[in-house]
Design a protein around this ligand. Sequence first.
Ligand code: PEP
Ligand code: CO
Length: 448
Amino acid sequence: MNQKWNPDSWKSKTALHQPNYLDEKKLEKTIKKMKKLPPLVFAGEVRSLKKELSKCVDGNGFLLQAGDCAESFAEFHPNYIRDTFRVIMQMAVILSFAAGVPVVKVGRLAGQFAKPRSSPTEEKNGKKLPSYLGDMINAINFDEKAREHDPERMIQAYNQAASTQNLLRAFAYGGYADLSTIQNWNLDFVKKSKQGSNFKVIADRISECLDFINACGINNKNARQLYETNFFISHEALLLPYESAFTRIDSTTGKWYDVSTHMVWIGDRTRQLNGAHVEFCKGISNPIGIKVGPSAKANEIIELVKTINPENEKGKIVLIVRMGAEKINQLFPQLLKQFKKLDLNVVWSCDPMHANIEKSKSGYKTRNFKNILREVKSFFKIHKNIGTYAGGIHLEMTGQNVTECIGGLQKISDKDLSSRYHTHCDPRLNASQSLELAFLMASNLKKS
Ligand code: PEP
Ligand code: CO
């Protein structure tokens, strides 16, 4: 670790996409308060995640990172958390059943509240206001007061993250994830669909296997893996005053951990080698994701990986490729070939969401399921051609029956978008589109 590094050393670097807090005193007071708040995760859990991720480097595991684009204070309900958890679990079962490898489950949840925006201001009917930067910073309503950057929102975000994490822990370790209850994971509105019945086929086969191994003496009473699951949380390490306030020394190892979440990632807009976000992330022991967009140069990303992971630790770095359905074929093979020449341990994950955003005719920010699928397929194919391993997927989805992305078996059209368009930021896959994608990926995974 860099000798000069400390949780605040990022302050000497340029920090992009940060709020402009006018009340310095209020900010200081909030940071002081946050430094005393209990951690949301433990360092030992973060090490377990790293161990699981290390398997995704060379083909013995697959990372499923999924959840909201932006969590919100208004859309906070235990049922929403349950439904998202349920769909992630279903997707994990579909993927691991097909690929025969364990699926590492990481939610974009319990802290995903801050957003980088393409413009610092938003204009509507001739009025110009600061952009909405996520509920942790300001509110979405289009008025002066709501759009002010308020440090106290960090405390509300922490509190919501704590309750969310508490419920996720209960689901993961309290019996809800028990494989013998797999038949109950299917959501009512998905049950009747093609994906719902495809899932039932897998669920029936798993139930049969469970009956068999039970007859052999292995069941949910004596095998922890059948009764509970590890479920990790993650968010973008964007809002640095928040992240650094939750960065503490682990008494077991003497190392620094960001205890607001298990895993963080650096966004495509804040991954400058000499920038504040990279400075912060290089000192913490959590696994770090790095978004790799179409403008990324291979040598730039290689430098980044070496800077953040100088010891080439396995399971530390996840490269989240988001180049777009069109550009991935031109850009990614070159980058991957450069990496192959070096012996860098990275998990290659595919984010088919962030470079496939379009504006629908009716004016909604949307994504076309066809393009999402095309990018995923190309990602697998490119890895296969080069002889590397496609180790994960990164998705924006929800367990709700929203209409935010066009296409899929439900044939959501531009006309349908307005009926249930609830996202605070980017359009998410709904429960049925998520399962559909999982089935399509499963067949690719099987092949690879
Ligand atoms: C995101 O994942 O929400 C995001 C903003 O992604 P990116 O940095 O890839 O644009
Ligand atoms: Co997003």
